[in-house]
Design a protein around this ligand. Structure first.
Ligand code: DSN
Length: 433
């Protein structure tokens, strides 16, 4: 990225913010990013996000705006819509949701009346807050029934889901997850929904990149509504997206704007267009395939080092690791903190039937999208798996921390990201991103 990308005025006009950005570049490039929902966008996506489209109001939709001067906003929104439809083979796309939560809110508002029943996956079994958590709008405004994973396999038990759906008779089944390492059988969930007269919303925020490249079966043919964020495996800007059948298009567009949101974030929509364009290229599929292979390599190494994998392994981009081991190990919280110390970034996560509270948790969730973007492959994943296991097995050892920190530095040096550059005119080794 060119040296003046951020520094054009910012270093001088607001050195504190400039320094925080610089520090964040160092944090992202100098550590191993294993948060399953994070990724590193391209410089082209960053450039579009930081464009003058942030100055523009464009309430409405292309060709039907409430403001003048929207001709170029229309160009990028139409492009984002067309590319999203092509990427997912979808009849209709709304690219305006500011986030995954707002995408889900809009779908609920389209398909449900206040107080209707939804059947969603339990958060503690891998679901998401917006799938019916009592403190979330979804749990506040709708009646909620939950399904989860089986105690034996730690995978979704579709027979059990059928039984719950027959008993609860929900108006909508919500599927998709934020901490589920296995393939989700959307076709089967479609059959279950139809058998009880429910519609389906599939939230594919985590696996969107895999779905776009046919590495995970698509929910699009089986579900009335599909939502996603655009910044996880899809590797775009932070934002949301709704895909739906044409018959629901008008309702969805109306509930996004003016139902839930006001003016769209045109700079983010421009960046979505760029990211979807990148995702349509051939090498995006090899990136996603490498992400999945890397997750398997990481999982195998962790299991070989004595940690327990929830569900026994992974089919996608993430691994859920039981570090508590029925009290013989450490909590997820302790593991997250110890790994933070050695610049390995993960998040604590509940595991199914967890005996620890969510803020403590028995597990950690690891994902490979970000490190795969950096170019790391199976060999690096094996190394990282063994480093994680060393820390988890001996979290208070200074010598383990020192050794692992050195090895993390060696790895990150070998896979540079957003290259750090000298400012030509300055004496300081200042970073730009
Ligand atoms: N917070 C996201 C995640 O980490 O999975 C879900 O919204």
């Amino acid at each position: 990225m060119s040296n003046d990308f951020f520094s054009a005025g910012l270093a001088e006009s607001d050195p504190v913010v400039f320094e925080a950005i610089t520090d964040e570049v160092h944090r992202q490039t100098g550590g191993l990013e294993l948060i399953a929902s994070e990724n590193f966008v391209s410089e082209a996506v960053l450039r579009a996000m930081g464009s003058v489209f942030t100055n523009k109001y464009a309430e409405g939709y292309p060709g039907k705006r409430y403001y003048g001067g929207c001709e170029y906003a229309d160009v990028v929104e139409n492009l984002a819509i067309e590319r999203a439809r092509e990427l997912f083979d979808a009849e209709h796309a709304n690219v305006q949701p500011h986030s995954g939560s707002q995408a889900n809110t809009s779908v609920y508002l389209s398909a449900l009346e206040h107080g209707d029943k939804i059947l969603g996956m339990d958060l503690s079994h891998g679901g998401h807050l917006t799938h019916g958590h009592p403190l979330n709008f979804s749990g506040i405004n709708y009646e909620v029934a939950a399904y989860g994973v089986s105690r034996e396999t730690e995978q979704i038990d579709y027979n059990e889901l059928q039984k719950i759906a027959e008993k609860e008779k929900p108006k909508m089944i919500v599927c998709g997850a934020s901490a589920y390492p296995r393939i989700i059988d959307f076709e089967r969930i479609g059959e279950i929904a139809r058998s009880v007269g429910a519609v389906i919303m599939a939230d594919i925020a985590h696996i969107a990149g895999l779905v776009a490249t046919d590495l995970h079966p698509s929910p699009v043919p089986h579900c009335e509504y599909v939502t996603t964020t655009t910044h996880k495996t899809l590797r775009g800007p932070r934002g949301g997206l709704i895909l739906c059948k044409e018959e629901y298009a008008k309702d969805v567009d109306r509930t996004v704007f003016p139902g839930v949101q006001g003016g769209p974030l045109v700079h983010i929509i421009a960046a979505k267009a760029v990211a979807f364009g990148e995702a349509l290229k051939v090498d995006f599929k090899s990136y996603q395939a490498q992400t999945v292979s890397n997750a398997k390599a990481l999982a195998d190494e962790l299991a070989a080092a004595g940690l327990r994998l929830v569900s026994g392994g992974t089919d996608n981009h993430l691994v859920l690791v039981d570090v508590f081991l029925d009290g013989k190990g450490i909590t997820g919280k302790k593991a997250e903190n110890a790994l933070d110390e050695v610049k390995i970034t993960v998040n604590k996560n509940t595991i199914p039937f967890d005996t620890n509270k969510p803020f403590v948790a028995s597990g950690i969730r690891l994902g490979t999208p970000a490190l795969t973007t950096r170019g790391m492959k199976e060999d690096e994943m094996k190394k990282i798996g063994s480093l994680i296991a060393e820390v988890v097995h001996d979290p208070d050892s200074e010598s383990v921390r020192a050794k692992v920190t050195r090895e993390v530095e060696q790895l990150t040096d070998r896979f540079p990201m957003y290259p750090l550059r000298q400012r030509p005119e300055g004496n300081e080794a200042t970073t730009t991103a």
